[in-house]
Structures are given as C-alpha cells and as structure tokens.
Design a protein around this ligand. Structure first.
Ligand SMILES: *Cc1c(COP(=O)(O)O)cnc(C)c1O
Length: 455
C-alpha cells in the first residue's frame, strides 16, 4: 500500500475500449418497446432520433467497443481523471476505512457528462447530422453537449427546464459561451410545448416536458437534427465506463481493491460507468465488491418505485423500457440535486438491482449537504449536490467500518464539482433547505398510469 494521495495515470492510459455490460448481463434485458404500439421497437423508429452507430451500440453484445481516436483526442483535455485518497476525511471520521474517490469534476464542464457527450457528438458528425437537440434540467448535460457539439462543428439546441433557465443563469451562459442555443421549456416551438403553455402560460417546465420538446424537434427535422440523451440508455452507460476502467488501474497503483464502490444515481450513468468494470470482475473473477447506488428520498425510483415498463418522458414519445420507475408523470420535489430528479433508472441497472447484483439506498437532502461540507472542509473540493449523495453514503460506510472495527476499502465517484450550485449551499447554510419524502399515495397514483404491456 502506498503513501500517496493522488493516483494519476498518463495520457497513454486513457482506455482504448469502452466496456459493454450487455456482453455479460447475468439476467436477460427486457425488449425496448415502441411507445405507440407497445411492441418491440424497430431500428427505423430509433433512426429518426439517433445515428446508426449509436443504435448499434445500444443493442450490441460485443464486450469491448473501441473508442474512436478522435474521441480519445478530446478526452486528453481532462482524462485520465485522478483517483484521490481522502486521508483528511478518514482522519476527521477517525475511521479505519480507506476512502478513495474518482474525481470526474475536473472535466471542462465540471462533471462526468462530457465522457458521453463527446462520443455522441463524434458519431453524429461522421453520419452527417447538422444539429443536436437535447433537454437539460440544472444544466450539466446541456453544457456538456454544448461543449462537445461545438468541438465537432454541430449546432446544439438545448431545451432547458424553465425554472432553471430563470433561476440558474450561469449554466445557460456557459452553454451559450460554447455556441449553443438555449430555450426555456416549455416553448412555443413545438406542438407539445404549445399544448403545455395553452393549459398554463406560467408552466415552470420539467425534465419530462423538455425531453418531449427536444425529441419532437429532432423527429420533425427530416433527418438534419438528431436527439441526444445524457443518461439512462445503454450506450451512455457504456461511454461512461472509462471512469471504472481507469479506476481499476488506479486502485492497482494504490495497492488496494475496493470492498464497496459507490455512485449517486439519477439515470444511472456515472454509477454504471464506475461500477460496471468492477462488476465484470465480480462476475468473471469471483471478486465480491459491493456496488452501491445512492438516490435521493425525494426521487426514490430504485428503493420505492416499481420494476416495470414505462415511458422515458411525460409526453409518451420516447421508447418504453423495463426499469425501476415512479411513473412517467411523476413530479419530483424541488431538491437541489437536479440531476437526480428523474422518474426512472437505466434498464441495465434496474435488471441487475432486481437480480441482486447491485444495492441501492435513498438518502435525505439535508444529510447530503452536511456530508458535502465535511468533505469540502477536509478535501477542498465543493461537490455537486448530486455527488454529495455518494459522499454521504461513503461516510456512512466508513462510520459503519469504524463501529465494526473493520478496515474497509471504499471507492466513490465524485461525479462533479459544485461551483455552479453555490446558491444551494447558501440555502443550506442559512437553514432554508428541507428534506422531502416522496409520498406513498403519489407513487401509487402515478404508477396507476403506467402503460399496460402484453408481450
Ligand atoms: C447528471 C449528473 C448526475 C446524475 O446522472 P447519472 O446519469 O445518474 O450519472 C450525477 N452527478 C452529476 C454531477 C451530474 O451532472
């Protein structure tokens, strides 16, 4: 075991392949369904929205997918990201546990999301797409795609949830700085947006509505515009496995192997990206690393949702997938971890959780901010409110190890920094934040409107 704090790889260690969990799924994945017919989807439905190479990756069962050299060139701007050992935090907790974290907040836009944005922009570019449409909540995904699209000469149109557009101008300005066009959703540009505004001209918007608008614009563009999604789908999780592949090498440099790997989970991409390469070793080499996904109590899809077929968006335009879901018309409480306010979970994570290969817990908002400040004051980095969920779980693991007198090796993903989220820290420190439990009746109510699938 080494005395280092920072486990850094060189440019040559940027992975040359992504790991595709489809190759090793120990349980079968349910088919993806057409939202109109509720029958298995055909590639031509998907090809309206995505380029062919992305669709092929979505269904591929090849274990390793080569990362194009153009994508690796852009990755070099911030990858490999460091793994750090949180020695000061360990000391503050007085724990025998060793706490490591993978720092994805060092990317140009401050989160793990550019790992897939760059790949998606590249594949669209080589297949002749002119513009990409997407949605964004707090703005992490929109800024990643704005950055990546700009690098490959694509126009990027971002449908940003209206409340965030108004309340969080800095991420909008970041997107515009990269050359993207940002609209407050719902807009007058789409049929769905107009129908929402007709009902309520002050509609604050939601991620589900913004997805529906971005999908509609791409679907009606005659092929010039494609849609891009920042989480949930298999190809997105595949692109994110650069995180776990690097972390495997870095834990090797540290001379340790994690007993538990932790990530926060909104749609599941940063968690899957870190955890899946470790899951491969569990499945192939008999390792026994626990893989723990952490979600907010305000949006508890894995811990309180149902594992069943549901739409990905409010307007029911996106494919129907089998996943842990709170129902497609679920409206999350306004917690500050905007990236974790999604009603569903990646199908592969859902299937693996259902079969017992992964674990999931939900944690309340106030605890996550308390742990975030403890982390910041010991390790220096202000985490994104989403990442604070993983930090809180890591701290709980370290305290549990202390109670049991165990040396436990913990690795979590610091999915992003919190420099654009300082207003949420201000709200926490001035006592204005609250905890939210999603009410059981509300879950039952929205689950009663799930699609009835008969395969
Ligand atoms: C978007 C985001 C998340 C949640 O998305 P996943 O797909 O679940 O990873 C987590 N952390 C940060 C910093 C994000 O921007």
């Amino acid at each position: 075991m080494s005395n280092y704090i920072r486990f850094q790889l060189s440019e040559n260690d940027i992975p040359k392949f992504w790991y595709n969990i489809n190759a090793d799924m120990p349980v079968p994945l349910a088919p993806v369904l057409n939202p109109q017919t509720l029958k298995p989807i055909t590639p031509d439905f998907l090809s309206v929205l995505f380029p062919m190479s992305i669709i092929q990756q979505e269904v591929s069962t090849e274990r390793y997918i080569e990362i194009p050299k153009e994508v690796r060139e852009v990755y070099k701007l911030w990858r490999p990201t460091p793994v750090l050992r949180a020695r000061r935090l360990e000391k503050a907790l007085d724990t025998p546990a060793h706490i490591y974290y993978k720092h994805e907040g060092v990317s140009p836009t401050g989160s793990h999301k550019p790992n897939t944005a760059v790949a998606q922009a590249f594949y669209n570019k080589i297949e002749g797409t002119k513009a990409l449409t997407t949605e964004t909540g707090a703005g992490q995904w929109g800024s990643a795609l704005a950055f990546a699209g700009g690098f490959f000469g694509l126009n990027v149109e971002v449908y940003m949830v209206r409340v965030s557009y108004i309340q969080k101008p800095y991420r909008r300005i970041l997107m515009e700085s990269y050359g993207a066009t940002v609209y407050p959703s719902p807009t007058e540009h789409t049929e769905y947006g107009r129908s929402m505004l007709a009902k309520d001209p002050n509609n604050p918007g939601s991620l589900g509505i913004a997805i529906s608008e971005a999908v509609e614009v791409a679907a009606k563009s005659g092929g010039t515009k494609k849609y891009s999604l920042g989480s949930v789908l298999t190809h997105v999780l595949t692109h994110q496995t650069v995180i776990g592949e690097e972390a495997l090498k870095q834990m090797d440099l540290a001379g340790e192997y994690p007993d538990v790997v932790i990530g926060c989970a909104g749609g599941g991409s940063n968690f899957g990206g870190l955890a899946y390469p470790f899951l491969r070793h569990n499945l192939q080499d008999g390792m026994k690393t626990r893989l723990l996904a952490v979600e907010p109590t305000a949006s508890p899809s894995m811990t309180r949702g149902e594992y069943t077929f549901d739409y990905g968006d409010t307007a029911r335009m996106t494919p129907v997938v089998k996943m842990y879901t709170l129902g497609h018309d679920f409206i999350p409480a306004p917690i500050h971890a905007g990236g974790l306010r999604y009603h569903g979970m990646a199908p592969s994570i859902s299937a693996l959780l259902d079969a017992g290969y992964l674990e999931a817990i939900a944690v309340p908002q106030l605890d996550t901010f308390k742990s975030a400040l403890l982390f910041a004051r010991n390790e220096g980095t202000i985490p994104a409110p989403e990442s604070a969920h993983a930090i809180h779980a890591a701290i709980n693991e370290a305290l549990d190890a202390k109670e049991k007198g165990e040396k436990r090796v913990i690795l979590f993903n610091l999915s992003g920094h919190g420099h654009f989220d300082l207003s949420s820290y201000e709200a926490y420190m001035s006592g204005q934040l609250e905890n939210y439990e999603y009410p059981a009746e509300a879950i039952q109510d929205s689950i009663s409107r799930l699609p009835q699938v008969n395969l």
